[in-house]
Design a protein around this ligand. Sequence first.
Ligand code: CO8
Length: 258
Amino acid sequence: MAYETINVEVQDHVSLIKLNRPDALNALNSVLLQELSKALEEADANDKVRCIVLTGSEKAFAAGADIKEMSEMSFVDVFSTNLFAEINDRFDSVRKPVIAAVSGYALGGGCEIAMMCDFIIASETAKFGQPEINLGVIAGMGGSQRLTRFVGKSKSMDMNLTGRFMGAEEAERAGLVSRVVPAKKLIDEAMGAAQKIAEKSSLSAAAVKEAVNRSYELPLSEGMLFERRVFHSMFATEDQKEGMAAFLEKREAQFRDK
Ligand code: CO8
């Protein structure tokens, strides 16, 4: 499908989705959010795709929700349409792993979209922030919730109250991003990670996502039980037999998603 505000290409079982509104630093307007939601749905449904990478440009992953579009909205407009709920629900429902490859600005909704992905690989130039307080509002898609779970209360309060930006090194130290690489290597690094994931059993990958995401919702004892039961259930798969046999036979496993 042809899109106006994003580019999508599939390479070696990985769907690479690139936000593409360069004139507005990839600000998230309603068309972009609808197209991103559709592209995620299509990638999740495409049998050829085993992992998804979401990226922006070198200058901006996304500089936030589109302020121009939002500026004229009333409470009734945003409440009655449940503004920004759909994209959050879409990320929640995607079963394939999604990696955010962030270079440049990831601000407001941009930082929040990156946090909706399963993990974030950042370039040395990445700048994360929740500057909504400068606009007389607060974060609306996880900047006060997900960010707090990633980096803790003190840093989250600091980011949300002052609106300051956090560089890549600080973001890695704080646990917001998993790796930092030079800007020129960002896409190769993210695609390499995605291809590694694509080689695994998709059953295991989906189970990992469910288990790790549960850790945010459940008390530890319930989370441990959930993980153990999912682990037990993997013994019903052919891929568990293959993975363990391959180890013992000192060869590469050939997973078949069965
Ligand atoms: N919305 C609309 N347009 C934007 C946005 C944005 N968020 N950010 C940048 N642009 C536009 C600018 O207006 C400018 O357009 P033009 O050339 O037509 O004037 C163009 O992009 C380039 O921007 P700048 O000239 O400002 O570039 P600089 O390099 O000088 O500055 C900054 C870059 C620091 C990123 C600056 O543009 C900036 O501060 N942007 C706004 C950042 C911000 O406040 N983001 C939060 C928005 S609110 C929000 O995200 C609420 C989230 C709710 C949930 C959303 C879930 C999807």
